[in-house]
Design a protein around this ligand. Structure first.
Ligand code: ACO
Length: 428
C-alpha cells in the first residue's frame, strides 16, 4: 500500500498521507488539506469520516465482526462479567484476579449517592422520562464532586470519577424508575454483585421479599456486555467531542446519555417494542408494516432495522436473538411480540427493498423483548442501554484525553446569504 495518495486540483497535484490501521483499514489523512489546498472535505453525518485513531473497539460492518480490545464479542458475552469488560475497555487489558477484585471492591464501595441528590430527585414530576432524570442527575454529580470540574485533575482523581460513575449510575437509574412508579427508593446493597444489586434496587418493595433470579442476572450481564462499546457512534462521538473542551467527565457522560436517548440511536429499543405492540394491536398484519416502511411518503421505518456501519449483519443481534429465546423459555414467558418480531424479521429479510439496502435487524431489535421478559418497563430500555454503554463512553473519553486530542471543531460549507445591509424595522 502506498504511503500517499495524490489529489489533483486545478491541475496541481497534492500528496495526501495514507494511514493504515492494525486491521488493514486505510484512511486519507486530510488534517492539513485546507492549509495545503484551501479546500475542506464535506461529509454530512460523518458517514465516511474517521474522527480519531482508536485502540478500543474494532468492527467490520461487512463481515459482521465486533471486538473489544481484540477479544471477540461472542467470547466476552458468553464467558465474562460486565465489570471485567468495563475494566478491559477502560484500562486496555483483562484484569488479573487481584486487579479485578480491587476494581469490583472500589465500584461496590461507591454505590451510594449523596443524600442531597434526593432533594433534586424529588423535584422531578413522577411521570418524568427516566433518561431525562438520569442525564440531569449525572450532570448534578459535578456539584457533589467539584474537583471533577478542574481541567488539571490528576490520574487518581480521574480514576475516582470513573469508579463513581460505574458505581452510582445504577443507583440513579433504579431511582429514576422508582420515582416514575411512585415507589419508595431502595438503597444499594454492597453484598450483591453489580447486576444483582441493580435488579434488587429496581424491583424490591417493602411489602415483599425480593428473590434475585440468576436467569435475570445472567441476561442483564450479557446485554450490558453487548452494549458496552461500539466505536465512534453518535453518543460516543458526543462524549468525545464534549470532553474535548476539557469539561468534567460527568458532564461529558451526561451529554452521551442525552445523545443516546433519540429513537435513531439507543431509543430504538423502546421504539421497537412500541412498533411490535402497534402491529399486534392492529391485527398483526406484518406485510402492511413492511410496505409502510418502504413508502417514501410515509415517515414510518422498521425500528430495529438498519445500521450505519453493519451492512451484513449485526453480530450482537445474533447473540441477542438466541438469548431472547433462552430467557423467555427459562422464565416461562410467552410474549406474542417475540413471535411478531421473528415473523417480521423473516419477511423483511426476503423483501428486495431490505435486501437491496442491506437492512438487517440491529442489536435493539431483540433487546427490548428480553428486557420486557425481565419485567423492565419500556421507558427504562434506553436507560439499560446507557448502563451498558457507560464503560465504552469512559474508555473513549480517557483515550481522547490521554492522546491529548484537540478540541473537536468541524468546518462547514456556508450556504446562506452573502453580505447585505441591515434594514431598520420601520422600513421592512
Ligand atoms: N426501515 C425502512 N427503511 C430504512 C430503514 C428502516 N429501518 N433504515 C434505512 N432505511 C432506508 C432509507 O430510507 C434509505 O433508503 P433510500 O436509499 O431509498 O433513501 C436507505 O435505507 C439508507 O438509509 P439511511 O437512513 O441513509 O441510513 P443511515 O446509515 O443514515 O441510518 C439508521 C442508519 C439511522 C440506523 C437507520 O437504518 C434507521 O433509522 N433505522 C431505524 C432506527 C434504529 O433501529 N436505530 C438503531 C440503530 S442501532 C443503535 O444505535 C444501537
Amino acid at each position: 500500500m502506498a504511503d500517499t495518495a495524490q489529489l489533483i486540483i486545478d491541475g496541481k497535484t497534492y500528496e495526501i498521507p495514507v494511514i493504515t490501521g492494525s486491521e488493514g483499514e486505510n484512511a486519507l489523512d486530510i488534517s492539513s488539506l485546507r492549509a495545503q489546498t484551501g479546500y475542506v472535505t464535506l461529509d454530512i453525518g460523518y458517514k465516511n469520516t474517521g474522527a480519531t485513531k482508536s485502540a478500543i473497539t474494532f468492527l467490520d460492518g461487512e463481515k459482521g465482526i465486533l471486538r473489544y480490545r481484540g477479544y471477540p464479542i461472542e467470547q466476552l458475552a458468553e464467558q465474562s462479567e460486565f465489570l471485567e469488560v468495563a475494566y478491559l475497555l477502560i484500562f486496555g487489558k483483562l484484569p488479573s484476579k487481584e486487579e479485578y477484585d480491587e476494581f469490583k471492591t472500589a465500584v461496590t464501595m461507591h454505590t451510594l449517592v449523596h443524600e442531597d441528590t434526593r432533594v433534586i430527585f424529588d423535584g422531578f414530576p413522577t411521570n418524568s422520562h427516566p433518561m431525562g432524570v438520569l442525564s440531569s442527575l449525572v450532570s448534578s454529580l459535578t456539584a457533589f464532586y467539584p474537583k471533577s470540574i478542574d481541567p488539571g485533575r490528576t490520574p487518581d482523581q480521574i480514576n475516582r470519577t470513573i469508579v463513581r460513575l460505574l458505581a452510582k449510575i445504577p443507583t440513579i437509574a433504579a431511582w429514576a424508575y422508582k420515582g416514575e412508579m411512585g415507589h419508595p427508593l431502595n438503597y444499594p446493597r454492597n453484598d450483591l454483585d453489580y447486576c444483582s444489586n441493580f435488579l434488587y434496587m429496581m424491583f424490591s418493595l417493602p411489602t415483599t421479599k425480593y428473590e434475585i433470579d440468576p436467569v435475570l442476572v445472567d441476561a442483564m450481564n450479557k446485554l450490558l456486555i453487548l452494549h458496552a462499546d461500539h466505536e465512534q457512534n453518535c453518543s460516543t462521538s458526543t462524549v468525545r467531542i464534549v470532553g474535548s473542551s476539557h469539561t468534567s467527565l460527568y458532564t461529558a457522560i451526561a451529554a452521551g446519555i442525552n445523545a443516546l436517548w433519540g429513537p435513531l440511536h439507543g431509543g430504538a429499543n423502546q421504539a421497537v417494542i412500541e412498533m411490535l405492540e402497534a402491529i399486534r394491536e392492529d391485527g398483526g398484519d406484518i406485510q402492511k408494516y413492511v410496505k409502510k416502511a418502504q413508502d417514501k411518503n410515509d415517515p414510518f421505518r422498521l425500528m430495529g432495522f438498519g445500521h450505519r456501519v453493519y451492512k451484513n449483519f449485526d453480530p450482537r443481534a445474533k447473540i441477542i436473538k438466541k438469548a431472547a429465546d433462552d430467557v423467555l423459555s427459562k422464565l416461562g414467558v410467552d410474549d406474542p411480540c417475540l413471535d411478531i418480531a421473528k415473523e417480521l424479521e423473516e419477511i423483511a429479510l426476503k423483501d428486495p427493498y431490505f435486501v437491496d439496502r442491506n437492512l438487517y435487524p440491529n442489536v435493539d431489535f431483540y433487546s427490548g423483548i428480553i428486557y420486557r421478559a425481565m419485567g423492565i418497563p419500556t421507558e427504562m430500555f434506553t436507560v439499560m442501554f446507557a448502563l451498558g454503554r457507560l464503560p465504552g463512553w469512559i474508555a473513549q473519553w480517557k483515550e481522547m484525553r490521554e492522546n491529548q486530542e484537540p478540541i473537536g471543531r468541524p468546518r462547514q460549507i456556508y450556504t446562506g446569504e452573502t453580505e447585505r445591509d441591515y434594514v431598520p424595522i420601520s422600513k421592512r
